[in-house]
Write a protein that binds this ligand. Structure first.
Ligand code: DHB
Ligand code: FE
Length: 289
């Protein structure tokens, strides 16, 4: 049986990927941000998941305003890095896990979450930057990825509650998978930022820090938070944070925060990274050692 052992949430700012691709991570602007990623990379390398379910959003790259799936799951063997206007990022092709992806599609749709099934798509910074942040610059990504895309671009995005409930359904689906896989789930996007209009540049660290705290202390507040509160407090693009609730919903009731990194600014945003382990997994590991 497969099991979700841990969850990780991280920002996906395109400039972070560009700083890595262009070898600028040691520059004074970037160094404090990248220093905070070291512990997360070590953690992920130690955990060495068999597969990652990566919840992310496409930014008008694979999907345009002609087609806007609220949720879409990638079932392909591989997903090439997208050309977002400057050529594709020089990062490895993302290998999929078609068997787990099809199992998830079947289980989630029969559980009444109507996902769009995607046989072919390029993946933009929303997916590749979280991989770069957590894996560095390997020749090949160290695990296959099941991409799960969420519409947070065109109003209306799904509610936080719907996202959390989808996470719960993912948890059930993984537990029913017939192969012994250790799965880590990523929630990506955020934290506070707004890229356009009169409020461009909004950053609300108080909101962000409370959001990080309440992922363990008060999940109910986050699940019930209306869209308008994200937009008012965290800026229009702060709505990307609803994707973190899918990751949270896929974890057990008992979780432990094992790492956190928060840094302002990176490009136009406040950046966050947080890692949770399921307590059951921690107990099993402690018993084994
Ligand atoms: C920026 C942040 C994003 O989340 C994004 O998708 C695009 C740009 C930025 O801060 O520049
Ligand atoms: Fe974004």
């Amino acid at each position: 049986m497969a099991r979700i052992i841990a969850g990780l949430a991280t920002s996906h700012v395109p400039a972070i990927g560009a700083a890595m691709d262009l070898g600028r991570t040691e520059e004074p602007y970037w160094k404090p941000l990248f220093d905070g990623y070291e512990a997360a990379r070590k953690w992920l390398a130690d955990v060495a998941p068999d597969v990652v379910i990566l919840v992310y959003n496409d930014h008008g790259t694979a999907f345009s305003l002609e087609v806007i799936p609220t949720y879409a799951i990638g079932v392909a063997r591989e997903f090439p890095p997208a050309d977002e206007g400057w050529g594709p990022r020089p990062v490895p092709v993302v290998k999929g896990h078609p068997r787990l992806a099809w199992h998830l599609a079947e289980s989630l749709i029969l559980d009444e979450f109507d996902l769009t099934i995607v046989n072919e798509m390029d993946v933009d910074h929303g997916l590749t930057v979280p991989l770069s942040v957590t894996c560095g610059q390997p020749e090949a990504w160290p695990f296959p990825v099941v991409p799960l895309s969420v519409n947070v671009i065109q109003y209306p995005p799904p509610t936080g509650k719907r996202c959390f409930d989808l996470g719960r359904a993912i948890r059930k689906a993984v537990a029913e998978y017939d192969d012994d896989l250790r799965v880590v789930i990523f929630g990506t996007g955020g934290m506070s930022h707004q890229l356009h209009g009169e409020r461009a540049g909004v950053i609300n660290s108080k909101f962000d820090r409370r959001f990080l705290d309440d992922m363990t202390r008060n999940q109910r507040r986050l699940i019930d938070m209306p869209h308008i509160e994200y937009v008012r407090e965290a800026g229009a693009e702060g709505i990307e944070l609803v994707m973190w609730l899918i990751m949270l919903g896929a974890l057990d009731e008992g979780i432990t925060e094992v790492y956190r990194h928060y840094h302002v600014p990176a490009s136009n945003t406040a950046t966050g990274l947080i890692i949770f382990e399921n307590d059951a997994e921690r107990a099993a590991l402690a018993k084994a050692s």
